[in-house]
Design a protein around this ligand. Structure first.
Ligand SMILES: NC(=O)c1ccc[n+]([C@@H]2O[C@H](COP(=O)([O-])OP(=O)(O)OC[C@H]3O[C@@H](n4cnc5c(N)ncnc54)[C@H](OP(=O)(O)O)[C@@H]3O)[C@@H](O)[C@H]2O)c1
Length: 296
């Protein structure tokens, strides 16, 4: 039987901005943020080997090492396959992808060391490579599963065909994709429909459009979306970012939002937003604002 998305918390904490690529938290601050997340039921943490130029997994791992009781209370997601150009990987000359068996296994070994954990709950191929060989990826996944180093597997940013090809070699439990009123693609390209078909839960990143909708520098489309979100937030006595969460989770595929905020108050608002149910018409008001025209 396939593991279901429900093994992960209904809101996932995205760790991309916890370290060098964002607010550069100290180990103690990471410990506190993890504990605060766990207190409000956010028990899944989303990483990638590359975050913070390959340093953020270590930061998080140092927090786990400091407080060893934390690991058993959480699910850890990480990703592999992107090779960044950084002083931390001097042999990488250009940005490229590597989904060879050898690379996937060595990347997981590094993630385990960095995160200071014996297993990863979910490993994702970060981006589809034109050169990926599904047979080889499946062999790597099988070896990692048999050794107990990774419990389940998925992909990120895959098209429906790319998903289908790899899934014919090995069970995948999610496709992590960008979804927001500024990124409507998964609603129309079949990716979310495929998750319904496969009875798996998609995960959505950049649901707050990376914070763009809350900046002061908005283009016409963003102004339209923000206006509708603000109007609805008054009706629901909520915040615009909470309306965004309720818009995402209304889709029948059961999307699990990954919240990228590093502030516990904002993560708590996302959890509280799970209780808000906007109407279908309100959902389409946000859609229409994004498209700049009514649906046909
Ligand atoms: N699979 C992939 O290819 C992929 C790609 C990108 C990201 N991800 C994952 O998804 C997670 C989330 O991505 P993201 O960071 O792009 O997501 P996001 O949640 O759309 O954006 C987070 C940013 O928005 C700001 N923000 C959030 N709510 C706000 C509010 N109400 N007012 C003002 N600013 C607000 C946050 O600032 P504060 O910290 O100050 O709140 C943060 O800078 C990442 O951490 C990562 O785990 C995956």
């Amino acid at each position: 039987m396939k593991a279901q998305g429900s093994i992960f918390s209904p809101i996932i904490a995205g760790c991309m901005n916890w370290g060098e690529w964002g607010v550069d938290l100290s180990v103690d601050q990471v410990c506190r943020l993890i504990e605060d997340c766990l207190d409000i039921g956010v028990s899944t943490f989303d990483h990638a080997d590359i975050y913070g130029h390959y340093t953020t997994e270590s930061l998080f791992g140092n927090a786990i090492q400091k407080k060893t009781s934390l690991r058993g209370k959480m699910k850890l997601i990480t990703k592999c396959g992107i090779k960044l150009v950084t002083p931390n990987r001097p042999s990488n000359k250009i940005i490229s992808y590597d989904t060879s068996k050898e690379y996937i296994i060595s990347s997981v070994e590094k993630s385990l060391q960095n995160l200071k954990t014996e297993y990863i709950d979910l490993l994702l191929i970060h981006r589809p490579s034109p050169l990926m060989n599904p047979q080889e990826i499946a062999e790597a996944f099988t070896e990692l599963k048999d050794s107990g180093k990774v419990l389940s597997f998925g992909v990120s940013n895959f098209t429906i065909t790319q998903f289908e090809v790899l899934n014919s070699f090995i069970d995948l439990i999610t496709n992590q994709v960008e979804v927001s009123p500024l990124c409507l693609n998964p609603f129309v390209d079949g990716v979310l429909g495929q998750c319904i078909l496969k009875k798996i839960k998609p995960m959505a990143y950049s649901v707050m459009a990376g914070g763009k909708l809350f900046s002061n520098d908005l283009d016409d489309r963003e102004v339209r979306v923000k206006k509708v979100l603000t109007g609805l937030s008054e009706k629901y006595k909520a915040r615009p970012d909470q309306i965004l969460i309720s818009w995402i989770i209304k889709h029948p595929s059961g999307i699990i939002p990954i919240v990228g905020s590093t502030k516990i108050d904002r993560i708590r608002l996302a959890v509280d937003a799970l209780k808000i149910t906007i109407t279908d018409e309100e959902w389409f008001m946000i859609w229409e604002a994004s498209e700049g025209k009514p649906v046909p």
